[in-house]
Design a protein around this ligand. Structure first.
Ligand code: UD1
Length: 420
């Protein structure tokens, strides 16, 4: 298992970095290609472990996949093995996205339950209830979800009791091939959903309400292969901007959508950073800034994203004063705290609220990444720690950050990958 060596107290990050396509968007779009028979194309695809895993899931189903450097062509003409096995779904929850498209197009499928994840249980009940509302019959047996329907799904109305990105993805995809019109209320409005809607429309889907909490989907008998670009990864952008803040540097992220990181930028401004924006770029300047502590609550989009909670916490450990972070989206996503404590951070967790007593100098240590965003947080903390930090289990980081060390290098931070 590879490790990262983060040298002692790097200099402030300074420079410009291009943001890759969004992991969470492309995984949904890849699954959506199953809705049509033929060759779909996706551009701005990031090279990530998770995109490889989704390719493996599609191959098991019978698809052929090839492509250029950041393109994928997914040929679904051989898709006839309507099953996603445990071995793949357990390594990446988004594999569960094949459920909706498969049952909608083929009338039956069998997909492994994803199981828990590093920070606790992550249920899929809303995916299943939503598909049932569209007319699918669902049975959960021996760790697998079996979904069937007679002919086409009838379609229906579903109100998501809480905002769920994944459940919206699955139910929306299934609704596109239903026999009737479906109404999805309290749907998620994350940019990744907009990206999926754009792609589905490129396939001939009839969807109204893009960007709102009510999606109206007039089912069609058939979709054709799609073509579209993956949006920029707002979490990757936010992670590099966090690097500017923690090192008191200046970083410009490009080829991205500033609006998608709005909540993060508001926090950085409240902390005293200078934020400048263009059409497709953002610069955060934290040079010579005395950072102020903040209280932040994670919320569904457009609120502060749970995926940037760990990187923000790393920053706040260095800011004198008391900061609070409450995670209301994933209330137990705090495994990074014990590792930040190993670096000397003073953090107390009560329920879903972390109290960060910031300002104590961090000290390099051996730490372990527990999930993708925790890995990014530990790199950020390591950048400003006294002494070297080694981070194990960085395969988590490889799931979602393309070309990470090289991009850090462009900003002046030398992070070494220790191959094992
Ligand atoms: C997606 C993202 C993940 C991000 C999360 C929240 C992908 C591949 N992953 O995960 O990076 O952290 O959104 O922005 O896009 N819930 C239920 N029942 C369900 C589904 C969800 O109770 O059937 C709950 C979850 O436990 C959580 C909340 O809903 O408390 C939001 O989760 P959800 O938006 O579904 O997250 P994911 O789609 O799994």
């Amino acid at each position: 298992m590879d490790r990262f060596l983060v040298p002692a107290m790097s200099k402030p990050l300074e420079g410009e970095v291009e943001i890759s396509g969004a992991k969470n968007a492309v995984l949904a779009v890849m699954a959506a290609t199953l809705l049509a028979d033929g060759i779909s194309e996706i551009t701005n695809v990031p090279h990530l472990k998770d995109t490889k895993t989704m390719s493996d899931v599609l191959r098991v189903i019978g698809c052929r996949i090839d492509g250029g450097s950041h393109e994928l062509r997914i040929d679904t003409r051989g898709a006839n093995h309507l099953e996603a096995p445990y071995e793949l779904v357990k390594t990446m929850r988004a594999s569960f996205y094949v459920l909706g498209p498969l049952v909608a197009r083929f009338g039956r499928c069998r997909v492994s339950l994803p199981g828990g994840c590093a920070w606790g249980p992550r249920p899929v009940d809303l995916h299943l209830k939503g598909l049932e509302a569209l007319g699918a019959t669902i049975n959960v047996t021996h760790g697998y979800v079996e979904a069937v329907c007679e002919g086409r799904l009838p379609g229906g109305t579903f109100h998501f009791p809480i905002s769920s990105v994944g459940a919206t993805v699955n139910v929306l995809m299934a609704a596109t091939l239903a026999n009737g019109t479906s109404f999805l209320h309290n749907a998620a409005i994350e940019p990744e959903i907009d990206n999926l809607v754009d792609y589905l429309i490129s396939m001939g889907a009839k969807i109204q309400g893009r960007g709102t909490r009510t999606l109206t989907v007039e089912g069609v008998a058939e979709l054709h292969p799609g073509k579209g670009e993956t949006y920029a990864d707002r979490i990757e952008a936010g992670s590099f901007l966090s690097g500017a803040v923690i090192t008191h540097g200046r970083v410009k992220v490009t080829k991205m959508t500033p609006e998608h990181v709005g909540a993060l930028l508001s926090v950085f401004e409240a902390m005293g950073c200078k934020v400048t924006k263009g059409k497709d770029w953002v610069e955060v300047d934290a040079r010579n800034v005395t950072l102020k502590p903040v209280s932040v609550t994670t919320l569904p989009y457009p609120g502060f994203p749970t995926d940037l909670q760990a990187p923000l916490m790393a920053i706040l450990t260095t800011v004198p004063g008391i900061s609070l972070i409450q995670d209301t989206v994933y209330t137990d996503r705090f495994t990074h705290i014990s590792e930040l404590q190993r670096l000397g951070a003073d953090i107390q967790l009560t329920g879903n609220t972390a109290r960060i007593i910031g300002g104590k100098a961090l000290q390099g240590a051996e730490v372990m990444a527990s999930d993708l965003r925790a890995a990014a947080a530990l790199v950020l903390a390591g950048l400003v720690a006294e002494g070297e930090t080694t981070i194990s289990r960085i395969y988590h980081l490889d799931r979602g950050y393309e070309d990470f060390e090289n991009k850090m290098d462009l900003l002046g931070a030398k992070i070494h990958r220790l191959l094992e």
